[in-house]
Write a protein that binds this ligand. Sequence first.
Ligand code: UGA
Length: 424
Amino acid sequence: MNVSVIGAGYVGLVQAAGLAALGHRVVIGEIDAERVHTLEGGDSPFREPGLAELLKSGTLAGTLQFTTDNVAAIKSARIVFLTLPTPEGADGAADLSIVEGVVDEIGGKLEPGTVLVLKSTVPVGTADRVQEHLDQVGTSGIVVVSNPEFLAEGSAVSDFMTPSRIVIGARVREAADVLADVYQGLDAPVVFTDPTSAEMIKYASNAYLATRVTFGNAIANVCEAIGADVMDVLRGMGHDERIGHHFMKPGPGFGGSCFPKDTKALVSIARAAGYRFSLLEGVIEVNEAQHHLVVDKVRAAAGGDLTGKTVGMLGLAYKAGTADLRGSPALELARLIHAAGAKVHAFDPAVQSELADIVMVGSTMEAARGADVLLIATEWPEFAEMDVEAVGELLAGDAVVDARNLLDPAVVRSAGLRYWGVGR
Ligand code: UGA
């Protein structure tokens, strides 16, 4: 099938490369000429396992092409996917101006019968509104369909190839069938529904997962206060099939480019519809407080005052396996620690950027050297394997704050260091 993907961000590139691998001819429209140049040169602008290989093979085979001209990108496309940013607006609601701008740019140029797919996370009701807009300006025969993405960074390519489900929200059955056809070859349940429910599936899924993480963090905080070990508590809970062991790892709070934005957006969607989603408001509040709890531990570990102290920080990305700093709890921790008067020396195996308030160093050992407190903020496996004795010798102080529960407290203590985890 001839397919067009507008927006070469994370979602768009994985979608485009994945569809090319399924045998479709894909043209990507991307406004950033530099990014198009990178892609044409056979490189991936993101670090994402398997993506560079997939992009390269599509580009070499000619099934994947790039252009800065969106109108050229949609020419002869049977399906047009919009994979565009929907940043958080001033009131927590999603800002749709980029999506709307592109719809206005290409709407009148689409062939009758084209299926226009909203893949970005958009407020509930957007697909219907875009459909109404297109109908009003007289672009007849275009069907707007919601097809939310469920990719997680670090596993995006395998999430595309082996999806948990494909959700298709359409008001016209033929359009839904065309979209189901494009995914032929993927072994996944297909959920056919209306666009509003499809949009809600995405928000409800992310809100549930964010709530689950936050529940784990809240249980950890109670465990810590009463002297229980959250890791044993979660292990004991998880054997109940209804609960399970997954996605409840305690930490510094959830982050990234999706959960913080989508939870706020859902609160705002519900509020606009007359429902106060106080459960989710609580999740957002508990999550933000979780950052401060970690900083309180760092302060306690430094003897009650961070002024003039040095904190060696391990990890800056919002989770292991990515270089992405968007919404990273680690960056927020660094900001708060710096604001409390301490120097932050940080190492992340995937991040080299210059960052405000942070002195970047090149290794775990360099981060530890001369630090009063060592703080683990991202769960990179190499931090779990560090030589704790050797690290202890480089520290100026004797404290480790493990905000990801990565280390064995007994090992840290036997190296003569004091240990703070989350809920243990
Ligand atoms: C998330 C969802 O997992 C995807 O299904 C969804 O498609 C995506 O958002 C999106 O909406 O685009 P992602 O943000 O890449 O994916 O990362 P996750 O692995 O879900 O992690 C989110 C945050 O929760 C991270 O800060 C992570 O450290 C935290 N987390 C996750 C925990 O603190 N504990 C856990 O047990 C799991």
